[in-house]
Design a protein around this ligand. Structure first.
Ligand SMILES: NC(=O)C1=CN([C@@H]2O[C@H](COP(=O)(O)OP(=O)(O)OC[C@H]3O[C@@H](n4cnc5c(N)ncnc54)[C@H](OP(=O)(O)O)[C@@H]3O)[C@@H](O)[C@H]2O)C=CC1
Ligand SMILES: CC(C)(CO)C(=O)C(=O)O
Length: 335
């Protein structure tokens, strides 16, 4: 199977190395680490310390050069999808499957057979200016929920912190041949890739954690375990989850776990820094809109108050602004 992985970062690298080692034909569309991968492939350090060095993976900076693939795994950050949306057409033929692997509410949430009063609604926080929906037909899309925690430790090297589950689901809930085939390929590469008939419910369950723990960790520099064990931050996370649950319920989604179980699951991940905290520490732009802004937008849409989420969002927006200013100053100093 020809697989293009757009974004050779922490999640893309994890998928790419294992899929290539399982015999798939993997090409990364890469940017800062393209040269490292072209020179020496990609390395994966598994949870138990085992190192896998894949020399068969290819890398290019150009989607045009890569050409049409059977499967496209979209593994850039949520705010990085819009800027590349117009270029994706080079990778997509009539039967190409595009798997969206971002945290947060996806740009296609109300598309692909959602139905009801919000059918077709575009969320500005998930797809600013409609760039993605204008360029990518949801009929190509399979939704996904990324459960593992991984980090790009060096250009071309990914370290797995924990987990191997990538939930998959068609937007219309069908158990299509293409989603079952993809699940099998991922399973052959050593992942758990269950196919769900309600991908939106899975997305909400994951988002419960990301919308609360990620910004709290970015504001406090605390790990998942510490946030869950410190009573005050645990309580704030629970309040944020409660507000999100009301919104999800109004959209017809119910949670198969309770808030306490969801928090216990996050605590079990251990002393892990969320991806948002890692981005803050590295001075990179953060996925604030897709993870938190989108829930507030859905709150406004459904007439649901979100006071705790609003408060954390406001603090995060100021943090993001300060970081941008600091980056600007650094860029000027380095000029
Ligand atoms: N890492 C984790 O543990 C988890 C991540 N997720 C989610 O998965 C998604 C991906 O996250 P993650 O892998 O951590 O992110 P990373 O930042 O590690 O990877 C994203 C990669 O995309 C590349 N990229 C961005 N724009 C372009 C472009 N225009 N052309 C080519 N490459 C590009 C970046 O390259 P460059 O270095 O040049 O910027 C980077 O290598 C996010 O939505 C995240 O929330 C979900 C669960 C856990
Ligand atoms: C914390 C983790 C790994 C799982 O909830 C995550 O999704 C993130 O860091 O963004």
């Amino acid at each position: 199977m020809s697989i293009a992985i757009v974004g050779a970062g922490a999640i893309g690298g994890y998928l790419g190395v294992r899929l290539a080692e399982a015999g798939e034909d993997v090409t990364f569309i890469a940017r800062s680490n393209a040269a490292a991968i072209q020179a020496d492939g990609m390395r994966l350090i598994e949870e138990d310390g085992t190192e896998i060095h894949s020399k068969s993976v290819k890398a290019t900076r150009s989607m045009q050069e890569a050409g049409v693939h059977e499967v496209v795994l979209l593994t850039v950050k949520a705010h990085q999808v819009g800027p590349i949306a117009a270029d994706l057409k080079h990778l997509i033929g009539p039967d190409t499957v595009v798997v969206t692997m971002q945290n947060g509410i996806p740009w296609w949430y109300f598309m692909g057979g959602h139905g009801g009063e919000y059918a077709g609604t575009r969320l500005e926080s998930a797809d600013p200016g409609g760039l993605i929906a204008d360029n990518l037909d949801p009929k190509h899309v399979i939704g996904s929920v990324v459960y593992p925690a991984t980090v790009l430790s060096d250009p071309g090297t990914v370290k797995v912190i924990e987990g191997n589950r990538f939930g998959l689901g068609e937007l219309d809930g069908s158990k299509s041949e293409r989603v079952l085939a993809l699940s099998q390929r991922l399973a052959k590469a050593g992942f758990r890739a269950p196919v769900t008939s309600d991908i939106r419910a899975e997305i909400w369950l994951k988002l419960w954690g990301n919308l609360s723990f990620n910004p709290i960790s970015a504001l406090t520099h605390a790990t998942l375990e510490d946030i869950c064990r410190f009573p005050d931050t645990r309580a704030i996370a629970a309040e944020m989850m409660r507000e999100a649950e009301v919104i999800a319920n109004k959209l017809g989604v119910t949670f198969r776990l309770g808030i306490d179980k969801r928090i216990a699951g996050a605590e079990k991940v251990g002393p892990h820094k969320t991806s948002m905290l890692q981005d803050v520490e590295a001075g990179r732009p953060i996925e604030l809109e897709a993870l938190v802004g989108s829930v507030i937008e859905l709150g406004r849409l459904t007439g649901t108050p979100t006071p705790h989420i609003d408060t954390v969002f406001a603090l995060m927006r100021l943090l993001a602004q300060s970081l941008e200013r600091a980056q600007g100053r650094l860029a000027i100093q380095g000029a």
